[in-house]
Design a protein around this ligand. Structure first.
Ligand code: NIG
Ligand code: FE
Length: 405
């Protein structure tokens, strides 16, 4: 059973990942919460997890759900050598997904998102973040926030919303003018997303998108509204955004493939997580993120799928764990810390979920073998049983015998 070294930790810096415990054991669930770290003979349902790893439900702290359609043709272009910026400047990329989002009805967008959420659940994801960002107009961003709220009410997972209001510069605006429009539109976006509250703002800093000055501005907007700041930085180029994000008290800096080596120690002392997205980096054939160095330095590392129709159509965290272990040289404990407790911290949910502790939400997975099998059987889904909020949400066909009623 995978557990933190002590109860009540908000996060664990990665130089301490080896302190995670993997002792044999069991637990009891009452209503939606973990009530004890030992089995109970009086339970109505007992799950026989003998020979299996038991761990907290996986937390995907970076997805771009909801979106409409896919962009497989762009992947072929990228494989043939075209760059992300080249595709974006020719009207592809985020703009192309914004057109699809505008053309699709609400129910069509929600259906695609529900289908993805169901796949994610079977692969062990019991909590995920959603982002707006494919709106590219004030009205469409408000619509996206409303769809996040609707999705949160329709899936078995815990969902939070992030308003990625600065993703690409919408037609008819300069970047500065759009940032002014964002500040004005924020109350309406927050109101549209109130059923599954928007808890963070996000911005994409890149030559084709926004600058460090806009990042600082977004930080002010987040701080003034009691929201966390997240930022897509150093994905394709080194822009020196990490110190700017830290100064703006960002909760996380995400991507980091091009982070400068002098910026790594800054994250070792900051309460700003390094969110690494190895699926996007792998499919984009990007620089390898210096994840080993970030972990050794003591950054708060987290992993996410970056699930989106452009850079990462991957929504399986077991696959992301496999990439992190092989490509970063991480242990499986490091990878799991990054998509459980630390990812919950990024989403500001660390008090409620992310680890197996009494009082936390009963999001629990039973795998089909030891933890080390997750990266080893790369591409295989190791999840046998998923409990989400105390409910038996998935049992793999053939594993029903483990559930004793
Ligand atoms: O996280 N880089 C910016 N945003 C997304 C990609 C969005 C897209 O290409 O549709 C990302 O990689
Ligand atoms: Fe992203």
């Amino acid at each position: 059973m995978l557990r933190p070294p002590q109860e009540g930790l908000p996060y664990l810096r990665h130089d301490n990942a080896a302190q995670l415990r993997t002792d044999p054991g069991g637990l009891t669930i009452g209503h939606a919460s973990i009530t004890a770290l030992e089995p109970s003979a009086a339970a109505a349902i007992t799950i026989d997890a003998s020979g299996c790893a038991v761990l907290p439900g996986l937390v995907d702290c970076h997805t771009h759900l909801p979106f409409a359609g896919w962009r497989e043709h762009e992947y072929a272009q990228k494989v043939a050598g075209e760059g992300y910026e080249q595709i974006a400047r020719a009207g592809g990329g985020i703009r192309s997904s914004a057109r699809s989002f505008a053309a699709a009805g609400d129910e069509q967008v929600l259906e695609q998102a529900r289908e993805a959420a169901a796949e994610m659940l079977v692969h062990g994801t019991t909590t995920f973040e959603c982002k707006t960002g494919y709106g590219l107009s004030v009205d469409a961003e408000i619509r996206a926030a409303g769809l996040i709220a609707a999705l949160g009410a329709q899936v078995k997972q815990t969902v939070t919303g992030t308003a990625l209001l600065a993703h690409a510069v919408p037609d008819g605006y300069g970047a500065d003018a759009w940032m002014a429009a964002v500040a004005q539109a924020l109350p309406a976006v927050l109101d549209a997303g109130r059923a599954a509250p928007i808890t963070a703002l996000d911005i994409y800093v890149e030559s084709v998108a926004f600058t460090n000055a806009h990042l600082a501005q977004m930080g002010e907007l987040a701080n003034a509204n009691g929201l966390a700041l997240r930022a897509h930085v150093e994905q394709f180029n080194a822009n020196g955004s990490v110190p700017v994000a830290i100064a703006a008290r960002a909760r996380s800096v995400d991507h980091l493939a091009c982070i400068g080596s002098e910026e790594i120690p800054l994250l070792a002392s900051a309460e700003t997580a390094a969110v690494l997205l190895p699926g996007a980096a792998f499919l984009g054939n990007e620089h390898l993120e210096p994840a080993r160095e970030l972990a050794d330095a003591g950054a708060i590392c987290a992993l996410g799928t970056d699930f989106n129709p452009g850079t990462s159509p991957i929504n399986s965290l077991p696959l992301v764990i496999g990439l992190a272990v092989r490509r970063y040289g991480w242990t499986v404990q490091e990878a799991l810390l990054a998509c459980t407790l630390n990812a919950a911290w990024v989403m500001q949910l660390e008090r409620e979920l992310g680890s197996l502790e009494p009082g936390k939400r009963a999001d629990v997975l039973v795998l089909d073998g030891p933890l080390e099998r997750i990266p080893y059987r790369f591409g295989h889904n190791p999840v046998q049983i998923v409990i989400a909020g105390g409910e038996l949400a998935y049992v793999r066909p053939g594993s029903e015998w483990r559930v004793l009623r």
